[in-house]
Design a protein around this ligand. Sequence first.
Ligand SMILES: Cc1ncc(COP(=O)(O)O)c(C=O)c1O
Length: 418
Amino acid sequence: MADLFDKIAKNMGPIGEHHKASHGYFTFPKLEGEIDTYMGFRGKKMLNWSLNNYLGLANHPEVRKADADAAKEFGLALPMGARMMSGNSDHHEAFEKELSDFESKEATFLLNFGYQGVLSAIDALVDRRDVIVYDAESHACIIDGVRLHQGKRFVYSHNDMQSLEKQLQRATKLVEETGGAILVITEGVFGMRGDVGALDKIVALKKRYQFRLMVDDAHGFGTMGKTGAGTGEHFGVQDGIDIYFATFAKSMAGIGAFISSKKEIITFLQYNMRSQIFAKSLPMPLVVGMRKRLELIKRMPELKDNLWKNVHALQAGLRENGLEIGPTQSPVTPVYLSGSIPEATHMVYDLRENYNIFCSMVTYPVIPKGMIILRLIPTALHTLDDVAKTLSAFKAVAVKLKSGEYAKHDKIVEGVAQ
Ligand SMILES: Cc1ncc(COP(=O)(O)O)c(C=O)c1O
């Protein structure tokens, strides 16, 4: 028999196993100063490509004022209690109406956090007779929601419509026996690869199969589509999305999330989502602050235009310099590396220490084993000069990577943990 704590100490998990060497540098780094394109890291100013502040709203003066004024007016405690009990307010309801209009949906429900929200919505929507069919590269919140499901779940190969159709056929057969229903789940923009879910094709499959479609558009909200309403708008299939989800943690540079659908489905979720029934309501300053952000998204399309100008320049430049960025169609810009984790840490260390470029490194289990991604997130605040500096740094490190300079190391960078 083992002692639980001894067992854990011997196996800290796939990322945790590196904590002694990496804590404070590669993992849990501390960025200093105001949220901006340049931020401090260990006493140096670095050009930052690691913030999900797509539209640059985090520090917009109107946002900062709205956040501060709301905190002053309401405090952080209001409203007390869960939404259903004592946590409702006019602001919550008005914001839900604004989001419904923006997303062309009948109704909306605010959620405290995106991760719990998706998990809990999936849990509420399906029962043991139903089948979930979901994309293999879905975000952890979808995977974990699917794990809660007591019925069958069929995974389809990432964005592969043949595979989806095959799973829909299996699912259809099954629910014809159980009397259940089918829920298909995908991301709108896949947050790691940046490719978009084939929503047009998935929606077209509804003509031949009976299912409801749920889309996690965390990275598409604010960035995709003519008005920023997301990946459904981008494809012109917003009507075909039965349950639309987005978080406030990306384009809105805030905290919280929402889910939009038909009125009766939202009413069902209001009365059945455990993450909302058994948890305190979103605090008032967040709701008021998010309303201001949505107003700016609608009023200032130039933010999205500027974001895309930077996205195009950065992605074209990386490709021209021979870096592999895959099939991204969104601002998410992954630079794919094959090699060991030690090799990747030496490259990231070089980028930070010698070129003053800060970007994040993503490894298993966030992405499949053997893959390493340096993930860059352009924002509306970056300039073409920032892009040029970054491209010249990446060009230099790519040469070193190819020549095997970083591969000389068989241990991750040592002596940087704090
Ligand atoms: C695709 C996707 N879904 C959901 C979430 C969770 O959102 P939140 O940060 O609001 O919990 C994220 C954020 O990392 C995400 O990328």
